[in-house]
Design a protein around this ligand. Sequence first.
Ligand code: HMH
Length: 223
Amino acid sequence: DQKEGVIDTWKKKHHQLWVGATRHPLILSISDGTIHLPAFKRWLGQDYIFVRALVPFVASLIVKAWKESDDSSDVEIILRGMAALSDELEWFKKQANKWGVHLSEMLVPSRPNQEYCRFLESLMGPEVEYTVAVTAYWAIEAVYQESFALCLEEGTRTPPELMDTCQRWGNEAFGKYCSSLKAIAERRFKKTSDEEVIKKAEVVFLRVLEHEIEFWNMSRGDP
Ligand code: HMH
């Protein structure tokens, strides 16, 4: 089937937002080596809070996959993502140690982070279709994958001490993982006869991009 997928169509249709989320000035500042350490540390602490909120969202997605999916391998694919989050939380703790960032309960979520987490929570309810929720999950992971993969490209000046962070999301295996989530979403779009679900998924895709941009802005210290 040579037909372009729904998601690639959206990426073109909303190109500016996509680029805004995946080529954000904060990412560009990592890739050209001009990143300020306080911005990186702010991002690190806030992203730890976000990833903790991602856990129940992915758990809710597993429930939806189990109940609604036509393909039993979906649950296992999403479960692998959930297991990776467990490693990721440990990774954040090590990084926090390395950079002298305190990850206690004292760490206050920023406004954009709170709003993003609230958005995640709104996707956890049983009334949100599996197709819509899996699209959100793909978008959340794909934005980080594309962003950090850029920092690994040849000719970039990513500071060596930030390479492990860029590797974490920019690596090829994670790229393949994102492709498998995308394939789930595309399969669902093909099978649905309900145009409304596809429309809802598109709106959720756009909301993810907006939240990601706000999250980068916040890390950069924008008011
Ligand atoms: C804000 N978006 C944000 N943080 C992350 N860790 C990811 C996406 C990918 O897991």
